[in-house]
Design a protein around this ligand. Structure first.
Ligand code: GLY
Length: 301
């Protein structure tokens, strides 16, 4: 049976204020088109996921790459991870600094003998692989600097309520299936606003922020990382695909996140048949998908 190409992305599950919604939709649409075009030209699912995530890391609309949240020290520390559903290879970086596209470092790591590098080790690894390091200030946009100053004045980090009611922006992720039926999934983030230095959430952890298994599904998650890690959301969603159709599997995993750990967030997935699913328990989730045969991505928020 010939596999239909499919690409799905998200630009976080959160309260996305009305004035920011068009930018989120446009960013998700653009990333879907970039990823889908990569597949259409014969690229692999890994190529497509990397290309789509780079597109969103370069878009300051999202909390990934340029424009990410600053941590309590006023520094951008980024997390990203990528998994190949055919080989189960994983590449990930956490709390990396001075790199605009951490998903590119994750992709290089995926083909290495290692899975994950963190902190200065991750930055050194990126440089050793030929990735140009940037000035840390190049990752900071005025709006994020303004938010950081507000948090600084308040003297305390935002509570978990930021995931429920406050305006924000968030993590990005992508999942693709290619002509060979290979599935890849990846996620990239600047983490939570005003996080303590060195804090790492779900996004770079396989099985938590992303997971891919050709026999089941590829999944990318977004939301409150501490809760997502506790239920290994991405792996759980993929496991649900053994018994449920993609949309029902996504809903079942999200219900588990809410019921077991009162977590807030969302996820996207593509199952081994190329069917897409998406679920969230926040007020908005920016997302888009395209399946072979469609003229345009379907975009939602
Ligand atoms: N889901 C992103 C984070 O909690 O860091």
């Amino acid at each position: 049976m010939s596999i239909r190409l499919a690409m799905i992305v998200h630009g976080s599950a959160w309260y996305i204020p009305p004035e920011d919604r068009e930018a989120h939709k446009a960013g998700c649409r653009a990333a879907t088109l970039v990823g889908f075009e990569t597949l259409r030209r014969g690229g692999s699912a890994l190529d497509a996921v990397e290309a789509a995530i780079v597109c969103m890391e370069d878009d300051p609309t999202f909390d990934a790459g340029v424009g990410a949240y600053l941590n309590q020290d006023g520094v951008v520390q980024l997390d990203a991870g990528l998994m190949d559903g055919r080989t189960y290879h994983v590449g990930a970086v956490a709390a990396i600094e001075r790199v605009k596209n951490p998903i590119r470092v994750a992709r290089i790591l995926l083909t290495s003998e290692h899975n994950m590098f963190v902190g200065t080790g991750a930055t050194d690894y990126a440089q050793a692989c030929g990735i140009l390091l940037c000035n840390p200030e190049e990752l900071v946009i005025d709006r994020q600097r303004g938010r950081w100053l507000e948090y600084q004045e308040r003297g305390e980090p935002p509570s978990e309520a930021v995931f429920v009611g406050n305006p924000g922006k968030g993590t990005v992720g992508a999942v693709a299936i290619d002509r060979a039926g290979d599935i890849a999934a990846g996620t990239s983030t600047g983490g939570t606003p005003f996080k303590p230095a060195g804090r790492v959430g779900d996004s770079p952890l396989p099985g938590c922020g992303y997971y891919a298994d050709n026999a089941l599904a590829g999944v990318s998650a977004t939301g409150h990382g501490e809760a997502i890690v506790r239920v290994q959301l991405a792996r759980s969603a993929a496991d649900f695909c053994a018994k449920l159709h993609a949309p029902a599997a996504a809903e079942a995993a999200l219900r588990m996140l809410g019921d077991r750990v009162a977590g807030k967030g969302g996820l996207i997935l593509i199952d081994h048949m190329g069917r897409v699913g998406c679920a969230y328990n926040t007020s908005q989730m920016a997302r888009a998908f395209m399946i072979e045969g469609m003229d345009e991505p379907e975009v939602g928020i």
